[in-house]
Write a protein of this length. Structure first.
Lengths: 240, 529
């Protein structure tokens, strides 16, 4: 599975990039997600909202196989655990998962090498520069703030240009400027034909991103009506 | 300020009592349920009985007392230990954890009240350690020096506590103790020097040929039965304790808070490592070593806290995945301290020596033995090392070495890396190190009289054994999720590589061991997990 090329509008009508049918998650005997269905096509941008503990992150983890779940999940027509399935998505968890003994530039290199996409390194370094971390690419992430670590994690996921990008609470800890940048990057990803599924507490994010909203309530996914207005970026992302 | 401070001191005291009481109750409940207090009492009783009877059996009174130079040597050792506190002033001897640092150290509470609990714990530990050493000395002095020293435990305990306080004073440096001129650093230096010089005096006098002047020594409790011998150490500890408390009257030493942050992280990392080793989890491979180095650099304001001190050049982006993973593993090894390199080199050489001797013995019994006498004849010193037990031992040593060389854990299962790329990538630096270790070991073993140079059969046998053990270790640990540093994957690797020798010897075909070893290697390489 190679990185995305130019977006083909016809692709929206083709097979879904993500297909989740009847996904249920039980943790410690408690039902967290019950019988959830979701489909994402090329160019889709979907925001999962819901209160704390609703199960948004759990659902994302279930989709990529980090949490045991029943039901069917396919990424680009393949099970997400298969080699081709894994090559089709990029996932950034809510807490950045970084190697403390690698510099930012080394993260970009290793990430590109693991996905066998040499150009991803340059794209990731570009994203780091966009986020204002270009001059710190030779530093360890352990010395960086939560927001800077988040920017690195997002650059690694978005620099891969995978057909499906899954981001858990990506706007957390970002400054206002970076939130706007991230919104632009997500829209770019969908314009290129990628599908993005992200979680967030604020439904206003949907206005900022132009995203389809799916609410997680009592473990069930409920599609929400589209929002007409577009909120101010700072307010939308939970800023002051 | 005073009202604030008074209320703060009371609040900190109440907080400590409350949390310690709750922790104590929870611990007592847990011990009661998990072990049972009667069991604990039973174990303690028998432990005391065994220790006392063991000491009575082991310590046999000498007919002739040892010369007084032994006591002088002990005094000199104590003086060196006390003087060793002098240069250690860059890191605080006690620190706060992150929670206390945020919640208490930033609040308007006198620092001595905030640090009292940690200082108390540190002083208690020092006192117990000192008392144990002093008590052991009392016991030995009666038997071997024919000298009663019943107050040695109290004297050494007091010196240990005074040393801890002196270290704090030396760390606190410019903090005032009494007026502006009498700073903590000066008081600490004077106390440590007085104590060290006083303890060194008997040793110096003895070296000069005179009688040891025990009178002024803080170590007099080591050779005298009078209770007054503990007076000097107790005065010392009182002075040091008072000065340390006064140095914490209003302000913290300038670098105390940032260093506490780092020390708390290092402490947390140490605890996590201990727990991970106990539970067999692999939390970071070599990564925690690099992180520890980074934290130590931050602690001492050295370069290396932000950027790596050394880096390996990255392979081109078009290189295969296994090359990138090999770079990752090699990079992690390259950034470890030089002392760690030396340790790893020694282990690789030891594994090479054990493996080569085992393979040499196997080769000597097999068809390869016919290639020449250089392999050593069966029945010679090499053959006595042969057999499944030797192969098991060599396999285990190789597996242990490979576990230390594997570096960071395998990439996440979410990343699309084929198992073979993962295995060969992670193993590449380890195999190179094993090869280098085996070359050195081969040269050393070959130079030993009676063994002679190793034949090609022995080298081939070692290659098959080492690579198979490494493959089994990596694949089994990745498949099962057990950390490679754990005993289980290492034992599995050792058993698998020892199987050919075990089975073929049992069935009477030991000459096919080498061939079977290569077969095991082929199977281990082909299993795709």
């Amino acid at each position: 599975m190679t990185a995305l090329a130019a977006f083909d509008p016809e692709a929206r009508d083709a097979a879904p990039i993500l297909r989740a049918a009847g996904v249920s998650v039980r943790l410690g005997g408690v039902s967290v997600i019950a019988d959830a269905d979701l489909e994402l096509h090329a160019g889709d941008l979907v925001l999962l909202t819901g209160p704390n503990g609703a199960g948004k992150s759990t659902f994302l983890r279930a989709l990529v196989g980090l949490v045991p779940a029943s039901g069917e999940v396919e990424v680009a027509g393949r099970p997400p655990a298969s080699l081709t399935g894994r090559a089709a998505f990029a996932y950034a968890p809510d807490e950045p998962a970084l190697y403390e003994d690698l510099t930012l530039a080394e993260h970009a290199y290793l990430n590109a090498a693991l996905y066998r996409d040499p150009e991803a390194e340059a794209r990731t370094l570009d994203l780091l520069r966009t986020f204002g971390l270009g001059g710190r690419a030779d530093e360890y992430p352990g010395t960086h703030s939560r927001g800077m670590r988040q920017k690195l994690a997002l650059s690694l996921a978005l620099g891969l240009w995978r057909p499906l990008t899954l981001l858990d609470e990506p706007f957390n800890a970002l400054d206002l400027e970076s939130q706007e940048l991230l919104a632009d990057l997500l829209r770019d990803t969908t314009r290129r034909g990628g599908a993005v599924l992200l979680t967030g507490h604020q439904r206003e994010l949907a206005g900022l991103l132009g995203a389809r909203v799916v609410a997680v309530r009592d473990g069930r996914l409920e599609p929400q009506p589209a929002e007409g207005e577009r909120a101010a970026p700072g307010r939308a992302a939970g800023g002051p | 300020m005073n009202a604030h401070a008074g209320a703060g001191v009371v609040a900190v005291g109440r907080l400590r009592r409350l949390t310690l009481l709750r922790a104590g109750r929870a611990y007592a409940r847990w011990v009661g349920r998990a072990v049972g207090w009667w069991t604990v009492a039973y174990l303690v009783f028998w432990l005391v009985v065994f220790v006392v009877s063991g000491v009575q059996l082991a310590v046999v009174p000498a007919a002739e007392p040892l010369p007084p130079s032994v006591a002088a040597a002990a005094s000199a050792g104590l003086s060196v230990w006390l003087a060793a506190a002098l240069p250690r002033r860059r890191v605080p001897p006690v620190h706060l954890d992150r929670r206390d640092l945020i919640r208490l150290a930033l609040a308007p509470v006198p620092p001595h009240a905030v640090l009292a609990y940690r200082r108390g714990l540190g002083r208690l530990g020092a006192a117990l350690g000192g008392a144990a050493v002093g008590a052991a000395w009392s016991l030995l002095a009666v038997s071997y020096l024919h000298v009663a020293a019943p107050w040695a435990a109290l004297g050494v305990a007091a010196l240990a506590v005074a040393r801890l306080d002196a270290r704090w004073l030396l760390y606190a440096g410019p903090m005032p103790v009494l007026g502006r001129r009498l700073t903590a650093g000066r008081v600490g230096a004077v106390l440590a020097l007085v104590a060290a010089a006083s303890a060194a005096a008997p040793a110096l006098a003895l070296l000069a040929g005179g009688a040891p002047p025990w009178a002024p020594a803080v170590t007099r409790s080591l050779v005298d039965a009078s209770p007054w011998t503990a007076a000097a150490p107790l005065v010392l500890v009182a002075c040091a304790g008072l000065a340390a408390r006064r140095s914490l009257a209003e302000r913290w030493p300038p670098r105390f808070a940032p260093q506490s942050f780092v020390l708390a992280q290092l402490g947390g990392m140490r605890s996590l490592q201990v727990l991970s080793r106990l539970s067999g989890l692999d939390l970071g491979g070599g990564a925690e070593g690099v992180e520890r180095q980074r934290l130590l650099a931050a602690l001492h304001d050295r370069p290396g806290s932000l950027r790596p001190a050394r880096s390996l050049r990255r392979p081109p982006p078009t290189a295969p995945t296994w090359v990138a993973l090999a770079w990752r593993a090699a990079s992690s090894l390259y950034r470890r301290p030089v002392v760690t390199w030396l340790g790893l080199a020694a282990r690789a050489t030891a594994a090479g020596a054990a493996g080569l001797l085992a393979a040499r013995a196997v080769a000597a019994t097999g068809p390869v033995a016919a290639t020449g006498a250089a392999t050593g004849a069966p029945g010679g010193p090499g053959a006595s090392l042969g057999g499944p037990v030797t192969a098991l031992f060599a396999g285990f040593l190789v597996a242990q070495t490979v576990a230390a060389l594997l570096g960071p854990p395998a990439p996440s299962r979410l990343v699309p890396v084929p198992p073979s790329a993962r295995t060969w990538g992670r193993l590449a630096p380890a195999l190179v190190a094993l090869g280098a270790g085996a070359t050195v070991a081969g040269a050393v073993v070959g130079a030993v009289p009676g063994i002679g140079p190793l034949a090609a059969g022995a080298v081939a046998g070692y290659c098959a054994l080492a690579v198979a053990a490494a493959l089994v270790l990596e694949k089994y640990s990745s498949w099962s999720g057990a950390a490679p540093t754990r005993m289980e994957p290492q034992a599995v690797a050792a058993i698998v590589v020892a199987l050919p020798a075990l089975l073929l010897e049992a069935f009477g075909y030991p000459e096919w061991t080498l061939t079977a070893q290569w077969l095991v290697l082929a199977v281990a390489a082909l299993v795709d997990v």
